[in-house]
Ligand binder design. Sequence first.
Ligand SMILES: [Zn+2]
Ligand SMILES: [Zn+2]
Length: 297
Amino acid sequence: MSESSHAASGTLQPLPMSAYQKDLDTLEVAGLTLHGITRGGIETCLMVKELRLMFDIGMCPPGFQKYRDVLVSHGHADHMGGIGYLISHRRMVGARPPRLHVPVEVVEPVRRILAAWAEIEGHEPPFHLYGHAPGEAFDSGKSITATPLRTAHRVPSLGWVIERRSQRLLPEFADLTGPEIGEKRRQGVTITSTHQEPLLCVTGDTKIEFFKEHEIVRRCRVLVHEVTSYDDRCDVERTRHWGHTHIDELVEVAEQFTGEALVLVHRSARHSRKQAEEVVAQKFPAAMRDRIHVFGW
Ligand SMILES: [Zn+2]
Ligand SMILES: [Zn+2]
């Protein structure tokens, strides 16, 4: 239907829930709500409302409008294809310009794409584009730090580690009463130290080396790890060739994960959720099966 026929009917009716919305999954785990879509080669966009962060853009699935801060793993179209629409839509609805955090290597090509879109649309919607090298952390507000780490993929790619800072009373002051703590503060005594907890890591696309090489990834409270292949239709060697993880590779090292939830995303369209869940039930050590979640329909 063209826009003019909408206009002729007088009012814009809300769209019925699309099949697309039904494709979105939600998982509440370890105090975080993961919401979105993530299927290998199709679309990846994960929203986490407690952190006010969106990981990758996909094709801007329903709900993306609520997120101003977007952490992008890499430039493959299934992860970033909606970037022009995201910027344009925020301008259209009067939202503040988005803050897009991307691998430094894609900054210039993305600027060229967005300049071409601006030419096509006849105006330049505003945005902030920040290029990050591995290790270049930034403060995303509310005591949250986001640190990108290099993953092992076919193009420059980042996994994002999210940490929350809090102040903890030093052990030597643990027995003080409230008024005594207040008095120490007034005297200028340092009574707390900063504690940094790794809450979440979202790997983006990667081979298993990312898990093996970064100790902090293995102790995040929630680790959202890509597993693209679940059987030998695409075996370990071929999966690695494409820069992805095969389930057998994760099973081998999974017991090194000490967090609360290991969430498997980016499943290839070859595999149903049911098949993935059966493979998880068969292959992971019994002691950790209840910490493993298959995400996405
Ligand atoms: Zn991908
Ligand atoms: Zn990719």
